[in-house]
Structure formats: C-alpha cells, structure tokens
Design a protein around this ligand. Structure first.
Ligand code: NAP
Length: 313
C-alpha cells in the first residue's frame, strides 16, 4: 500500500550516524498496540456477554460516496466485528439536506440501543460540520469531537476523549515513554487533533507544550528543542532531519494520500516527517502507515466500550 513500508518495519533499528557512532531507534508499532487493545476489549465484551450485560453498539453515519471515507468506515466495521460489538451502518446520499441529517442524528441520539455513534468526515460542503458535530449527544460522541468532550479534557473526569489524541497518548504510555516535565512540541493546532492533543499532554502528561501552526515563524527553531515532537499537519516532507533533536521521540499523525505511477495501488500514504532521514536521529518514531492510524480506531472502540459502561454499568 505504501512505497515506504518496507523501510518502516516496526522494531528496533540500528543506524550508523557517522564513521564512529552507531545509534539505535525504535519504530513504534501502532498496529501491534492496536491489536493488543482490541484483544483487551474483546475479552471485556465476552465477559459482559457472560454476565448478561449489554453488548456495545456503534452506529456509523456515512454521507456520500467518497472512496477514502468508505475505506475508513470499512476499517471501523471490521474492527467492530473483531471485538464483538454490534454495529449499524447508516448511509445517505450526498444530496441529503443538513436539516434531514440533523433529524437522523436526533433519532440515533434517542435510540436506547445505540451506545455510541460517529459521523464520518468530511461532509458535503452544504452541511456544517460544526452544527452536525454539536448535535451529537456528548455521552454518545465516541469520536470525542463535541465541544463538551473537548472541554472535558481539562476536567478531573473526562467523558469521551478525542479519538486521535487519545490514541497518541496511549501509544506513548504503552511504549513507556515518559512525558512528565518533557518539552513537547505539537505542530498543527486543529480542533480535531493538534489543539486537544496539546491540552492532553499538559493535563494528563504533565508536559511543557509548545503549539505551532501555519503562522509560526521559523518552525525549526521550536521543533529542534522538542524531546517529543508531534506533527499533525498533512504536509509530506514538512519535518526534515535538521529540525529534529538527537534522541527525540517523533510521532507523525499526518496522513496524506500521494498519487504516483511508482506506487502499486496508484497512491501511497505519507506522513509529515521525512522518515528515512529523520529516523536515525530519533529514539522512537512512528511510521506512516502503521503508527497513529490504527490507534485512532482502537480509541474509537475504547470510547464505545466506555460509553456503554457509563450507560449500562
Ligand atoms: P487540519 O484541520 O487541516 O489542521 C492542520 C493544522 O496544521 C492547522 O492547525 C494548520 O494551521 C497547521 N499547519 C498548516 N500548515 C502548516 C505549516 N506549514 N506549519 C505548521 N503548521 C501548519 O488537519 P487535521 O484534521 O488536524 O489533520 C492533520 C493531519 O493528520 C492530516 O494529514 C490528517 O489526514 C491527519 N490525521 C490522521 C489521523 C489518523 O488517524 N492517523 C486522524 C486525524 C488526522 P492553521 O490552524 O493556522 O491553519
């Protein structure tokens, strides 16, 4: 699927930095961690079944026939099947009006059998993502997109955490990468990834966080100071070796579909980081694909289980 995949096999890699120095770095295996999480969830689901408790039920709303969205949704359905969740797919043509879609969301909000649901993004341009997102009941918002869930990051007991940031935090934890007191630089300040992740790194991670965005002048001046560098922009090649400190942890959330005849499937998924030149300078690095991507689905499943447990302990 990805032209880089062969060079980004997870595990510990030895790299020769100069004539005299050999350094090792670890390629973080998001697929393996996500499999571990799915196994833990399926055990909990089996236990709930045994005890006669409600099985988690995820509903997925898909508008239109965008190929990439269909692929993401297929992965989510597959993950539900793997862990034993019930699921419902709701498909609508891209001609659906915002009001009609709102009515369907209302129905799912009221459906007692559905524990959590997501509206796959992007939506057609005539539909406001903000209005649709805010219509979702916060305790069923398993993507963690609503303002209520965004704000709950800073509360003592967050409700449902934004899925991708949650996945990044889980990767750091499961690789025993400490964040307390570390200098973290997050590149990208979006409402869905960069901003909530920065808050989670401060609140839960006890890190010192710098957030960079499109208007940041001299990005490298900030990234070079990072013990942990996280990038969520969507610009392949943005982070080069000269922008990374020796021994840094690098987490690449960026996922861009780059087309070209050299790729078997006609395209490759690329991160923001120039993986080949950056990896030898790091202590840990995520590949794209196979790093953060699988963790987003694992977080969605964790959130759905949590939503079920909150409503039906
Ligand atoms: P987004 O809404 O487009 O946000 C991108 C952010 O990057 C914005 O804050 C933007 O700044 C900033 N930015 C743009 N150019 C920049 C530059 N040259 N230097 C520094 N910052 C720059 O995208 P998103 O939804 O956060 O997603 C970001 C990337 O992560 C995309 O590639 C997306 O596909 C990927 N992603 C992956 C997963 C996964 O599961 N792996 C999940 C979600 C997203 P402004 O705010 O100033 O415009």
């Amino acid at each position: 699927m990805d032209g880089n995949q062969k060079n980004e096999t997870p595990g510990i890699v030895k790299a020769v930095n100069s004539m005299t120095e050999t350094q090792t770095y670890t390629i973080i295996d998001g697929r393996k961690i996500s499999q571990d999480i799915k196994k833990e969830i399926s055990e909990k689901v089996a236990m709930r079944k045994q005890e006669g408790k409600k099985v988690p039920h995820l509903a997925i709303i898909l508008v239109g026939d965008d190929g990439a969205s269909q692929t993401y949704v297929d992965h989510k359905v597959k993950a539900c099947k793997e862990v034993g969740f019930h699921y419902t797919m709701m498909r609508f043509a891209d001609t659906i009006s915002e009001d009609k879609l709102m009515k369907h969301i209302d129905q799912v909000n009221r459906d007692e059998d559905v524990d959590g649901f997501i509206v796959q993004l992007p939506l057609p341009l005539n539909i406001s993502v903000e209005r649709i997102t805010e219509k979702i009941r916060p305790d069923k918002d398993v993507d963690g997109f609503t303002n209520r869930n965004f704000g709950s990051i800073v509360s003592k007991n967050p409700l449902l955490l934004p899925a991708t940031p949650f996945g990044v935090m889980e990767l750091l934890k499961r690789y025993n990468i400490p964040t307390e007191g570390k200098n973290c630089v997050v590149v990208g300040a979006s409402r869905l990834v960069g901003a909530p992740l920065s808050m989670m790194l401060v609140e839960e991670g006890k890190a010192t966080v710098t957030i960079c965005h499109k208007f940041t002048k001299d990005l490298g001046m900030f990234t070079r100071h990072a013990d942990i560098l996280i990038t969520a922009v969507g610009k392949p090649g943005l982070i080069t070796a000269d922008m990374v400190k020796e021994g840094a942890v690098v987490i690449d959330v960026g996922t861009t579909r780059v087309e070209g005849p050299q790729y078997k499937s006609g395209f490759a998924l690329k991160g923001d980081v120039e993986f080949k030149e950056v990896a030898p300078k790091t202590s840990y690095i995520t590949p794209v694909p196979g790093g953060v991507g699988p963790m987003t689905i694992a977080s969605l499943l964790l959130n759905t289980l949590r939503a079920t447990e909150l409503r039906n302990p």
